[in-house]
Design a protein around this ligand. Sequence first.
Ligand code: 4NP
Length: 167
Amino acid sequence: MTDRIGVLFVCLGNICRSPIAEGVFLHLARERGVSERFRVDSAGTGHWHVGNPPDPRARAVARRHGVELVGTARLVDPASDFAEQVAGGFHWLVGMDLSNVSRLLRLGAPPGRVRLLRSFGSDNPTDRDALLEVPDPYSSSDDGFEEVFHMIHESCERLLDRMTRER
Ligand code: 4NP
């Protein structure tokens, strides 16, 4: 359905951060009874894990918090993902870190639709928190995944607050 708000979460490998964000966002939207308003997906800018399920550590941390991760890794596809929403594209292109954001822009994403996930943690555009990144947990311990999960969860709450307020 094209009148749903399209939200694409983007990271590097599409096996850790962006699948967690996709799963958490949908989980929270369902809890609030607003999931029908959204079309949510995730993608990566790196090809290494295309076709793979989310990393077992990402699945484990999500499951511990009651969230099941679904899907397989895919690359960002500028032609379809950056299209206007009425043409099947995503209205919001949400990167986990600044390198995801700059990669999206270099691929031709419309700047007005690109955001850093943690920028939704704050309503104040001059707040330094708005420039914070969700760090890449791939080479970290399980604790790193727990920390990343909480950052993503908090930001998804705020993102959902913002998007439901705007309607
Ligand atoms: P993600 O984590 O971007 O959160 O999915 C990564 C997964 C894999 C790699 C880097 C980051 N990698 O280099 O293979």
